[in-house]
Design a binder for this molecule. Structure first.
Ligand code: CA
Length: 729
């Protein structure tokens, strides 16, 4: 664990964040919050939307297989996470276009009463829309009657154990193959259900529930196999891998490990033997990391699977691999044989990474005209701030240009494919040193799309830096913790105000890496994009606006406020000759939990706003029920609670992992209750019932059974101190 250290050069924001929190605890909370979404403690009723009794089962006529998932020309359905295997999120539909989009209106909507953060991509086939919401619940809704056909609840809270994975109850998507639908759960199950009835068919475990891992990504299906990875790089001594299962039976087909294990145990394959040459010290004690939690793309033309890999465990290479080394296959795109999982080639975006610059982001395929040839390319905009265009036949990088401020490297040498690093950025002397991008990355999981007509990729970009330092970390004695978010590389100050804006929508030409247009955005954590043959780009925003742009110029053509921050990407499809656009509306994902001053400004206070699936058409004239206006949480006064300063200091220490959901300084960004406004904190009995005895586990609040009465009391005093400080402002 970090020793307390006094960082230099803190911004006002960071100072405010630190109010009343010991550095160690703040660091743990901030670090954890890169990974942790929202656990919760909400009062919303848990009754699900009831299935409509009279609705017949789903009629299956489309065949969902390799041919249909590779078909770029058919726009009626949205069969896969990125619409088709290419992951372009480009639809050939053009009824809604640059001229007609001004007529776009809400056609219908569905309230999702128990939901919190919604970040998923819905799927559409044969007039049915499927989507997943909080706690991995999956819904099927008839697009003609707008009635629910079925709901499947994998009962995640009962399976996760007491840790509840400390956040991350959200999930980015589901998968389809033939007559089945696949959901990968937070607690580590891959489940197949009948897509007509929602009946569970089989369930397998990519990892045991007690492992410090979680799944937030969509399962990807190709050639009769289902691929899943996992997250958890920062949660414990994790060694990342991806596993493929038979889509029909759930039987394991193959597993590919991302980093090598202990050489004394032998290597699984030649790729691991090669990778082990790039590590030093006793990395296996820390797992090494590399967890693949998002970007997997199957390429039917080259019959190859591309896997985007995660950062190191722990972040700090001095601990993980003390004599240096590239640490393969961290922060890479690894090309695999889809039938066997055998290694083909790799490209490492950040050799020897030490900043959480994982390469888990989207991998988008397209044929690009470059010079005198057509390149079978893949596009990738990982956290490290460079936009890459790579020849996917060879793995050779062709374009690598910064799309945000990058301080850790001056450029990428296209001859060697390696970044040219800037001195001092590895906090070699312990820091602090300001580094851009931050560990949130210049781009995260929010979907990038690519339009083959404009030749542009649309990237939701992030622009801020952070300070790294590791005073007090002793590589000789450091040990991995469980769900504590101890990264060994401390980061505090988000560099607010350093860039003119902290979020933007960018249109990037992948043949040159040049930014063709850019729209600065309010807020930092803006949703993924959709682009269409109608010449449009759609994006939801952190401020609740849903916006359509001219795909060629970036000119804004249409805008509607949906009353709640948007974190999910839109999809489009056609039913009975009418083009629709659907979108889940529900502020969520990691940054909504990071909270503190970072996201609290949006005013999406926990439990105040209804979560919805909203569907638009050119005929739509439905008026959405009004939402509460955005408003920052007001701490409550609790009479007869006298804060004891010493207990509050002790409570700040206990608060540690609470901050990953409830926010540093107890300022919630909206994914969990703001405890400065919680009456529960004023009652020793109620507080113990929730925090120690697990009264709210079904809602996602973990049970901390080990806490003593004294520790609970200290926490109460810390939380009330934070409330009173805010009330006094
Ligand atoms: Ca990470």
């Amino acid at each position: 664990m970090m020793n307390a250290t006094e960082p230099n050069g803190l911004s006002e924001n960071a100072k405010a964040l630190m109010l009343g929190i010991s550095p160690r605890i703040l660091l743990a909370a901030v670090a954890a919050s890169f990974l942790l979404g929202g656990c919760s403690d909400q009062a919303v009723e848990t009754a699900a939307v009831a299935p409509a009794a009279s609705v017949p089962p789903v009629e299956k006529s489309s065949i969902i297989d390799d041919a249909s998932m590779a078909d770029e020309t058919a726009g009626e359905n949205w069969l896969a996470f990125g619409r088709t295997y290419s992951e372009q999120r480009f639809s050939p539909l053009d009824q809604i276009d640059r001229d007609s989009v001004t007529e776009l209106g809400v056609d219908w909507y569905l309230d999702i009463p128990n939901a919190r953060g919604l970040v998923g991509t819905p799927l559409v086939v044969d007039g049915v829309i499927y989507f997943n919401e909080s706690m991995n619940r999956v819904h099927a809704v008839d697009l003609r009657t707008r009635k629910q056909l079925w709901m499947y609840d994998p009962r995640v809270a009962e399976e996760t154990g007491t840790d509840l994975r400390a956040g991350w109850e959200h999930n980015r998507g589901i998968g389809l193959w033939k007559d089945k639908l696949y959901v990968a759960t937070w607690d580590g199950r891959l489940i197949a259900v009948d897509r007509a009835t929602g009946e569970e068919l089989w369930s397998v475990r990519p990892f045991p529930a007690e492992e410090p891992m979680y799944i937030t990504g969509a399962p990807k299906i190709f050639k009769g196999k289902v691929l899943v990875g996992n997250g958890g790089t920062e949660n414990g001594p994790n060694r990342g891998y991806v596993t493929a299962y038979d889509a029909e039976t759930g039987e394991q087909a193959w597993r590919f490990w991302i980093v090598p294990g202990n050489p004394a145990d032998g290597f699984e394959n030649d790729a691991m033997r090669m990778a082990a040459e790039t590590w030093t010290g006793e990395w296996w004690k820390f797992g090494g990391g590399g967890n693949a939690w998002h970007g997997f793309t199957y390429d039917p033309e080259l019959d190859t699977l591309y896997v985007g890999t995660g950062n190191g465990a722990p972040w700090n290479r001095k601990v993980r691999s003390p004599e240096g080394g590239d640490n393969l296959f961290l922060c890479s795109i690894v090309a695999l044989d889809p039938d066997t999982g055998e290694y083909k080639w790799h490209y490492q975006t950040t050799p020897g990474e030490t900043w959480d610059y994982n390469s888990n982001m989207d991998i988008v395929l397209a044929d690009l005209e470059m010079g005198d040839r057509t390149v079978k390319a893949l596009m990738h905009a990982p956290k490290n701030g460079f936009f890459y265009t790579i020849d996917r036949e060879t793995g050779k990088v062709l374009v690598a240009e910064p799309f945000s401020k990058v301080t850790w490297a001056s450029h990428v040498d296209l001859e060697t494919g390696r970044p040219v690093e800037m001195p001092g950025q590895r906090y070699e002397d312990g820091g602090p040193v300001r580094v851009a991008p931050s560990p949130w990355g210049a781009h995260s999981w929010h979907a990038m799309s690519y339009n083959p007509v404009t030749g542009l990729a649309y990237v939701p970009a992030l622009h801020f830096s952070i300070e790294f330092f590791d005073h007090g970390v002793d590589p000789a004695t450091w040990e991995s913790s469980r769900f504590e978010g101890d990264t060994t590389a401390v980061s505090l100050d988000l560099g607010e105000g350093e860039a003119p804006y902290m979020g933007s929508l960018q249109a990037i030409d992948p043949t040159t890496g040049s930014i063709e247009w850019e729209v600065p955005l309010a807020g930092k954590w803006n949703a993924g994009t959709l682009t269409t043959a109608g010449g449009l780009v759609f994006q939801g925003r952190a401020d609740g606006d849903f916006v359509a742009y001219d795909a060629k110029t970036g000119e804004e053509l249409w805008r509607k406020n949906l009353g709640l921050g948007i974190s999910a990407p839109p999809i489009t499809f056609e039913v009975d000759g009418v083009q629709y656009i659907s979108l889940l509306v529900g502020w969520g994902g990691g940054a909504a939990g990071i909270a503190g001053n970072l996201e609290v400004e949006h005013g999406w206070a926990y439990g105040r706003h209804t979560r919805r699936l909203v569907t638009f058409s050119l005929e739509g004239e439905t008026v959405l029920p009004p939402q509460s206006p955005p408003e920052a949480v007001r701490p409550i006064v609790i009479e007869h609670f006298d804060v004891d300063a010493d207990l509050a200091v002790q409570g700040a220490d206990e608060y540690g992992r609470c901050g990953s959901c409830h926010g540093p300084g107890a300022k919630s960004g909206g994914m969990a209750p703001d405890l400065r406004a919680s009456a529960v904190v004023g009652s020793a009995e109620a507080f113990a019932a929730v925090v120690r005895d697990g009264a709210k586990m079904a809602n996602g609040m973990p049970r901390y059974a080990h806490l003593t009465n004294n520790q609970l009391t200290a926490l109460q005093h810390y939380l009330r101190e934070q409330a009173e400080l805010a009330l006094a402002e």
